[in-house]
Ligand binder design. Structure first.
Ligand code: SF4
Length: 396
């Protein structure tokens, strides 16, 4: 199942970009193909949801009732990591619910995978992983977000202070569209649960601070995207902007960093090094992007002068294990170790090079891994690109 589609332009998950750079809303609204990581994440959430519903005895009338094992069978990215992430998330939610149940007058309300509409653009909205309301402490909203990647995420915006904008938007509109007219609220608690890297952190604030986030950060950022000349502001957030390959501001910002560091390293003062360290990750990312772009163009058939594509690694693979097993047995060699066919190096050792060539080679193929760009002088053979050579529009 692909991830649920909301407006990409004002996606809460991209809000750390568009609340800082208005131009990004223009560049981040196009079609985006969903990679394995996004599909894995969506399926972790689906499994987590089912585990929570089962543990808390929640009936989901919107969906067909399925046994957990049946749900897992339908997840084509299911693996041990997904099992452990979904279980850890479900445990954390159940504990959270039990905690608030123990300190509330009324049973807490819980919302899982709840669609949340926002009011700053008709197509904007998102899916809240978990929203909870408790009447404890004069009314408390809790928003928990499951992260399935490896890059650490903080519930607090470490650059400008205040809430992480994605969680802030979820909490704000959970409050405004679901809770506000029914119950009093004083406190807001935002939780990041990222079990893959053991990162659990949270940020607590008053309702006033959440409303201030709306007034001072969110709405001014949205207004900046509704003018004809969209302003570009580069920073660490550019790393996640799909438009960075074509963005002039991104290029110019990195060009300036390149100029700042273009002198022998031992001539830098401590102050200069301290000023440049925070910019280096972004600069390295820029250089990696450029290399990735050049490699991708070469794979599409473009020829870069002085460079060629070669496989990063070539490995040998047995194509017919049953046949190789039979040959080894016929030659008095036990083919398995332990329970698995011997590796190619081991078979060569046992049979001898000549016999290996004669008997086993017909069942061995060379597998090339991904292609990398290297100088023409590299001794490896150039990879054959099947795609047609692009037209050379730069002649003369
Ligand atoms: S690359 Fe950076 S500066 Fe350029 S549009 Fe994206 S976020 Fe803005």
């Amino acid at each position: 199942m692909p991830p649920v589609t909301h407006s990409k332009k004002y996606s809460p998950s991209k809000s750390s970009i568009w609340t800082r750079c208005a131009l990004s809303t223009l560049l981040n609204q196009g079609d985006e193909s969903y990679g394995d990581a996004a599909i894995f994440g969506t399926q972790c959430h689906e499994l987590g949801q089912k585990l929570i519903e089962k543990a808390l005895g929640i009936t989901n009338y919107d969906e067909e009732v399925k046994d957990i094992e049946e749900v897992k069978k339908g997840l084509d990215h299911y693996d041990d990591d997904m099992e452990s992430i979904a279980n850890s998330y479900a445990d954390s939610v159940v504990k959270l619910f039990e905690f608030y149940k123990s300190i509330s007058f009324e049973k807490p309300l819980i919302f899982i995978e709840q669609h949340i509409d926002t009011d700053f653009d008709e197509s904007s909205g998102g899916t809240l992983d978990l929203g909870l309301y408790s009447d404890a402490d004069g009314g408390t909203i809790v928003v928990e977000d499951l992260k399935t990647g490896r890059k650490p995420v903080s519930a607090k915006d470490l650059e400008r202070g205040g809430p992480n904008s994605q969680l802030g938007i979820y909490a704000l509109y959970f409050y405004e569209s679901v809770i506000k007219d029914l119950y009093p609220v004083k406190n807001v608690r935002l939780i990041i649960h990222q079990p893959l890297i053991g990162n659990n952190n949270e940020y607590s604030m008053s309702l006033e601070e959440l409303l201030k986030f709306k007034e001072e950060i969110l709405i001014p950022a949205v207004l900046k995207t509704k003018v004809s000349n969209l302003e570009a502001k580069a920073g660490a957030h550019c790393e996640y902007c799909v438009g960075r390959h074509v963005c002039r501001t991104y290029h110019e910002t990195n060009q300036k960093i390149g100029e700042e560091i273009s002198k022998p390293i031992d001539q830098f003062t401590d102050e200069e090094i301290e000023a440049i360290i925070p910019k280096l990750d972004a600069f390295i990312k820029y250089a990696e992007d450029l290399k990735e772009y050049a490699t991708k163009k070469a794979q599409e058939g473009h020829k870069w002068k002085g460079y060629k594509l070669v496989p990063s690694k070539v490995t040998r693979k047995i194509t017919n294990e049953e046949k190789v097993k039979e040959i080894l047995e016929n030659n008095g060699i036990s083919p398995l170790n332990p329970g698995k066919l011997l590796g190619i190096t081991e078979i060569t050792k046992k049979l001898g090079k000549e016999k290996f060539k004669e008997l086993i080679s017909p069942y061995v193929e060379l597998v090339e891994s991904s292609l990398i760009l290297v100088p023409e002088s590299d001794p490896r053979n150039e990879a054959v690109i099947n795609k047609p050579q692009e037209e050379n529009n730069h002649a003369n």
